[in-house]
Design a protein around this ligand. Structure first.
Ligand code: NAD
Ligand code: TYD
Length: 347
């Protein structure tokens, strides 16, 4: 099998490439990535010369690049995206272009490469890697409420609205053209190679640099944390065994408030609460995400095996402590200008 993967030089994509090459001896991967600020070929240095792996630098919006790659592929795993909520609040344009229009370009190219108007189910699967953020926000104090695949979709940030655009387009192409499409909706990931604008690597690397950690608002917002390897296994499971046209939630029942998460990181790093800097809240900040993943567990037999708290967090924190060259490189240059703009006047 030959997978065309989009966005494979980012956090989840690079972990997915390595996991699939190791776990599936008959699978080849072509990684199409334009290398935005969050795409980094250093994430893939271990496999750059692997005989079953190929990197192509290109934009998912560019039909001339995408179409020939699709002719060679048996299936598509589409995870290229603009992925950071705070950046989408600064400027939503790149989010709409890549996450909505880019998804439309890929879906149309895939449809044409599989024969056009009405596509046979055997023509090859397209997996759209969506997010739990397309379900909007849950209230605090109602632990019985979880996102299921039936929860109505609602995009509260420009990021989640753009992912929702791609998500409903993927469903529409299944419905209209009969294409073999599955959608995954996963909760917040953590693990190696996550760009240090996201909360866990940002906080760990700030603490190593002896900087405070900027905690938004009252710190009571809740996220449901999953180790990236569990997410990657779930995506592979859906690619291989998912039912066509279905969406699958992915999560590890690991709900933590940001304050709990921050204290856990401080404790692991041997730092005190004086390192917390309360800052102005993110506009429109979703209160709580919590995933009911019973469908993928019951139908496809997937279970998270690496996300148990606090061991999973500990291993992620350890990775950033042990791999300082990686993130110090990333945190220099253009990243500094972003950090100054995002956090400079928030105190
Ligand atoms: P990331 O920002 O680390 O990686 C995104 C990758 O996409 C980068 O390598 C970037 O260069 C590439 N890319 C962006 N625009 C492109 C374009 N126009 N053409 C080609 N490549 C392009 O993001 P991530 O955290 O690895 O997330 C991957 C996917 O998983 C995204 O679709 C995201 O919405 C989804 N997701 C992420 C999480 C999470 O917690 N990180 C949770 C659920 C779902
Ligand atoms: P983030 O990693 O940006 O993921 P998402 O917004 O997609 O869930 O943020 C996770 C949580 O951490 C979110 O509730 C916002 C909060 N947060 C902070 O408190 N401070 C920060 O500097 C960042 C980046 C996030």
């Amino acid at each position: 099998m030959h997978i065309l993967l989009t966005g494979g030089a980012g956090f989840i994509g690079s972990n997915f490439v390595k996991m699939v090459l190791a776990a599936r001896p008959n699978v080849r991967i072509t990684n199409l990535d334009v290398l935005t600020y969050s795409g980094n070929l250093e994430n893939l240095s271990d496999v750059q010369n692997h005989p079953r792996y190929r990197f192509v630098k290109g934009d998912i919006l560019d039909t001339a690049t995408v179409a020939p790659l699709m002719e060679e592929a048996d299936c598509v795993v589409h995870m290229a995206a603009e992925s950071h909520v705070d950046r989408s609040i600064m400027d939503s344009g790149p989010f709409i272009r890549t996450n909505v229009v880019g998804t439309q370009v890929l879906l149309d190219c895939w449809r044409r490469s599989r024969g056009g108007e009405r596509v046979s189910k055997q023509a090859g699967r397209f997996v759209y890697v969506s997010t739990d953020e397309v379900y909007g926000s849950l209230p605090l104090g109602r632990p019985e409420l979880l996102f299921t695949e039936q929860t109505p979709l609602k995009g509260n940030s420009p990021y989640s609205a753009s992912k929702l655009g791609g998500d409903v387009l993927a469903s529409a192409y299944h419905h209209t053209f009969g294409m073999d499409i599955c959608i995954t909706r996963c909760s917040n990931n953590h693990g190696p190679y996550q760009f240090p604008e996201k909360v866990i690597p940002l906080f760990v690397t700030n603490l190593i640099e002896n900087k405070q950690v900027p905690l938004y608002g009252d710190g009571q917002n809740v996220r449901d944390w999953l180790h990236v390897d569990d997410h990657c296994e779930a995506i592979l499971t859906v690619l291989e065994k998912g039912r066509s046209g279905e969406a699958y939630n992915i999560g590890g029942n690991n709900e933590k408030s940001n304050l709990e998460l921050t204290h856990a990181i401080l404790w692991l790093m041997g730092k005190g609460p004086e390192m917390i800097k309360p800052v102005a809240d993110r506009p429109g900040h979703d209160r709580r995400y919590a995933i009911d993943a019973s469908k993928i567990k019951a139908e496809l037999g997937w279970e998270p095996t690496r996300s148990a708290w606090p061991k999973a967090l500990e291993s992620t924190v350890r990775w950033y402590v042990d791999n300082q060259a990686w993130w110090r490189n990333v945190k220099s240059g253009a990243y500094r200008a972003y950090y100054e703009k995002q956090y400079g006047n928030r105190g």
